[in-house]
Write a protein of this length. Structure first.
Lengths: 665, 246
């Protein structure tokens, strides 16, 4: 099948408007007879469910958590971008579009990104109307801050809990529709397969995680909004339950999977402490607005710090290496995430890491305390303030901005970040790759859509900070509700989709067989044993830098591990009760397939772009080297084993932006 | 450190539960409480037995999923944290730790330490929203200035994570801190004014219907709340309810 991105004709800035003016609509009376399934209730799935229900469709929404409010969008901290230009610093739709395409290292689809930038401003209006308490200035107007990879302040925020507030906004919109009966909510349910009838997605097989019951659910369209697959690394900033299963199941039924190797390793996370570690905690990128990143300039100081004979606060300015400011004077501490992560790895690989594992750099707020403190002293008319007073005043401002993050750090690390610099190290955070979708956000299965982090479309090879929330809500509130109507317009006479058909029968049988296998296999190793092993392979060979030999090894190792898993995994308990191990086994089985495709994709992509860094392809000073011949989307077709997957290429054309060397110097 | 754990085991909602003892050794100070539970479960699985079921997801204190009653306190002995952020450095070698599920009539046990908190969702369905369509055709976000103090106080109320620690802590199993927080968030913002009266009446009615108790001002909920939601929110809810009733 040839890939058709279905990008509308016409000038970039008119595409979306013209498109909306010419698509098919479903009249309100007919919407009542159309059902839509939404899998996942984070920002993308939650906002889509609410909007589709408001429009009149009957929505069935599924979440593995006990409430839609707990989806992992809730953990997003720093903010959401929107081209409002409230600060008057020259922002515009075009600039947001430009920054996003450049930030993605010219590996995203122009028309999709422009549409995203175009609807971004509306998201803020919508959220304020819903009662989302964004931060405001003393005049009562909305405040902004800066994020990496841009030169304007366009990020709206609610303390360090922006994702939480936006998700609670979407959740409240869902609640209104649940109360009206327009959304039927299935909490503690997991989708285990998609059902295809006459070539169209017509339903899902789901498991009730409390009773273990296998259920058939039909609909006229299925929307996958199940988030990213960062947990393929075992350790990531994702929630423990985050998984690729919904996306992988549709892939196995015909949806192409795009750019699996594009993964974001976030530069500011709390370093790991031991083998028992279950997850990594992010420290918002917004901290880089006010924190400066450094390591000691001399190895002897590194040793002294590790030995405990020297404190970081004792090192003078001359003995510190603010390596981001040194290497990238124009963007400094606010370079994009991929650049900041690689720079930290470079210093730590050279032996400058400051903790016991040698995998940590400092994020230091001392300079901000002084800067804010002096400003506050002036505002409050304090003449000749002491250094202690300045620090105290400055700390107050920092506490107001990032208090919850500082508290979180202190609870985890047991050090007070107001008194000593934070220690940070990169960790897996977000996956730019995902299910391939066209301009309509439809996958290569008719009637099956993918939105939010689950799809691949908008961030190219690297996502800029504060853009995930923007994309999730743009897809759910403002894009999918239009594009899906164009497809559903053909379904007004279809009537309810029956579930007592051979297609549902077959899908259910497959699901049950797999569950029976897990329950009856008397193996020797737990699910986590395999998940940790997979994570180790992924981090070592498919992490911040990759090379051909390592990737080939990873493919072999993952394939062998998968074989071992299917022989020796043990799942305690039964299938007719709450059984977390059983749910996990299914998720890890899918990660074991995805992981291999991931490595294969990384091997084929012989260039460095964004989060994908191939050691063979770098400039003399160690920067990523993009290759013109790889200016395409890799879309993989399932053919059985991951090694048999077939590559389809979607060429990327840039008509409105000049493809340049991506420089932040 | 080496610890003795006394954990509530209950097969399902209809079975009777009991406390079961476990020994665990070599626990590191740096482990989170849930990481310690992971290690325990790995031991149990390797013995061929069923691991302890508990709710957890984000493990960074924001999703509100984790919910353990540890040594008689919701989320354990530390302040301002959820169970996933509680670290083993709060305990010492030789300690015996008692771990129970949230105990409240409105939160029935599903299995072991997992409880059903859907009553909270149903209270939100009754009025926890502003009736505005998500069409994007709303006015510009900056057209209504909101005083910084009002916005900040609304934000403080909105940080509630819906974990249920307030209910588990309260001797009356009252949900008033949870409901008060949501009512307050909207009561403090101009957007929420139009429906304020109906909202508070409907949410409180649903709260009563779910079988949560009343508030007797002991203030325990505020102490145990991992997000520091203030008792002021209960007072504000009562004022809103009074206003709505006259």
């Amino acid at each position: 099948m040839a890939l058709d991105s279905k990008v509308p004709q016409g000038p970039l800035k008119d595409k979306w408007t013209d498109y909306k003016n010419h698509i098919n609509l479903v009249n309100p009376a007919n919407k009542r007879h159309i059902d839509v399934i939404v899998v996942g209730t984070g920002l993308a799935g939650g906002s889509a469910s609410a909007t589709l229900a408001e429009l009149g469709y009957n929505v069935k929404a599924f979440a593995y958590q006990d409430s839609p409010r707990r989806a992992h969008s809730i953990a997003a901290q720093g903010g959401i971008n929107a081209a409002k230009n409230y600060q008057g610093d020259g922002d515009s739709t075009y600039r947001l579009f430009y920054d996003t395409v450049k930030g993605g290292d010219y590996r995203s689809r122009e028309a999709n990104v422009y549409r995203l930038a175009e609807v971004s401003a509306n998201i803020i209006d919508q959220c304020v109307a819903q009662g989302v308490p964004f931060a405001r200035d003393y005049g009562g107007l909305l405040d902004n801050r800066s994020f990496g990879g841009v030169l304007v302040s366009r990020t709206f925020y609610a303390k360090g809990q922006t994702g939480q507030q936006l998700l609670l906004g979407a959740y409240s919109a869902m609640n209104r529709q649940i109360a009206r009966g327009k959304i039927e909510m299935f909490n503690r349910h997991e989708m285990l397969d998609v059902v295809i009838v006459d070539g169209k997605a017509r339903g899902i097989i789901a498991r009730n995680l409390v009773t273990g019951e296998i259920e058939r659910h039909s609909a006229h369209a299925v929307v996958i909004a199940s988030g990213g697959y960062g947990n393929v690394y075992f350790l990531s900033t994702n929630a423990m339950g985050s998984n690729v299963t919904a996306g992988w199941k549709v892939h196995k039924k015909g949806a192409y999977f795009a750019n699996p190797c594009y993964t974001q390793i976030h530069p500011t996370c709390i370093p790991r402490s031991g083998d028992y570690q279950s997850k990594l905690t992010l420290m918002s990128e917004s901290l880089r607005n006010d924190g400066r990143i450094w390591v000691p300039k001399h190895l002897k100081d590194v040793e002294a710090i590790k030995a405990g004979t020297l404190k970081p606060t004792q090192l003078t300015e001359e003995d510190r290496d603010y390596y981001l400011e040194r290497r990238y004077p124009a963007f400094g501490n606010l370079v994009p995430r991929d650049v900041a992560s690689r720079a930290a790895k470079e210093r730590c690989d050279a032996g400058y890491g400051v903790n016991a594992t040698g995998e940590a750099v400092y994020l230091d707020f001392a300079a901000s305390f002084v800067r804010y403190g002096k400003e506050q002293a002036k505002i409050h008319g304090i003449t000749n303030p002491s250094e202690a007073k300045i620090k105290e005043l400055g700390q107050e401002i920092v506490r107001a901005k990032y208090g919850n993050l500082f508290q979180m750090y202190e609870k985890i690390v047991d050090e007070n970040p107001y008194e000593t610099p934070m220690m940070i190290y990169p960790a897996v955070h977000y996956t730019m790759g995902g299910v391939w979708v066209d301009y309509n956000l439809m996958t290569t299965i008719p009637g099956c859509y993918a939105i939010g982090e689950a799809n691949f479309s908008d961030h190219g090879a690297n996502r800029l900070g504060a853009s995930a929330l923007m994309q999730g809500l743009a897809d759910g509130y403002f894009v999918l509700p239009y594009t899906i109507g164009d497809y559903l317009a053909d379904d007004i006479r279809t009537g309810k989709i029956p579930t007592d058909t051979p297609e549902f029968e077959a899908a259910e049988k497959e699901v049950k067989e797999r569950i029976d296998f897990f329950i009856n296999n008397k193996g020797t190793h737990s699910v986590d044993y395999y998940h940790k092993k997979l994570g180790k392979i992924m981090w070592e060979e498919c992490g911040m830098s990759r090379n051909a030999a390592g990737l080939k090894q990873a493919i072999e190792d993952i394939s062998a591990l998968r074989k071992d898993f299917w022989q020796n995994v043990i799942v305690p308990g039964t299938d007719t009760e709450y059984n977390e191990q059983l749910a996990k086994a299914g998720r890890v089985a899918d990660f074991l397939e995805l992981g291999e495709l991931f490595a294969k994709d990384a091997l084929v992509r012989e260039e460095s772009a964004g989060g994908h860094f191939r050691e063979e392809h770098q400039t003399e000073d160690g920067e990523a080297k993009r290759m013109k011949e790889f200016q395409f989307v890799s879309a993989w077709e399932y053919k059985g084993e991951p090694k048999d997957a077939v590559l389809h290429k979607e060429a990327l054309e840039y008509e409105n932006i000049e493809v340049k060397e991506r420089s932040y110097k | 450190m080496n610890l003795t754990l006394k954990i509530w085991r209950q097969k399902d909602a209809n079975s009777k539960g009991q406390m079961t003892d476990y020994q665990i050794s070599d626990v590191s100070d740096h482990m989170s409480f849930l990481e310690m539970m992971d290690v325990l479960n790995e031991q149990i699985i390797n013995k061929g037995e069923e691991p302890v079921a508990f709710d957890h997801d984000c493990r960074e204190g924001i999703c509100g999923m984790c919910s353990m009653y540890i040594n008689g306190e919701a989320h354990g002995p530390d302040r301002g944290v959820t169970t996933c952020q509680l670290h083993m450095r709060m305990f010492k070698d030789g300690d015996t730790i008692t771990i129970e599920p949230w105990k409240a009539a409105a939160f029935p046990v599903i299995k072991d330490l997992v409880v059903d908190r859907s009553a909270f969702d149903r209270i939100q369905h009754a009025g926890g929203y502003i009736s505005v369509n998500t069409s994007g055709n709303t006015q510009d976000a900056n057209s209504i200035p909101i005083a910084k103090q009002a916005a900040d106080t609304a934000m403080d109320a909105a940080t509630c994570i819906g974990c249920g620690a307030c209910v588990a802590t309260c001797k009356n199993s009252s949900a008033m801190l949870f409901v008060g927080a949501k009512v307050s968030q909207y009561a403090l913002l101009p957007q929420g004014q139009v429906e304020a009266a109906d909202r508070v009446k409907n949410m409180v009615a649903q709260m009563d219907l779910e079988g949560f108790g009343n508030c007797t001002n002991t203030g325990a909920c505020e102490v145990e709340c991992p997000k520091g939601i203030s008792l002021d929110n209960i007072a504000r809810m009562n004022r809103e309810l009074m206003k709505a009733s006259i």
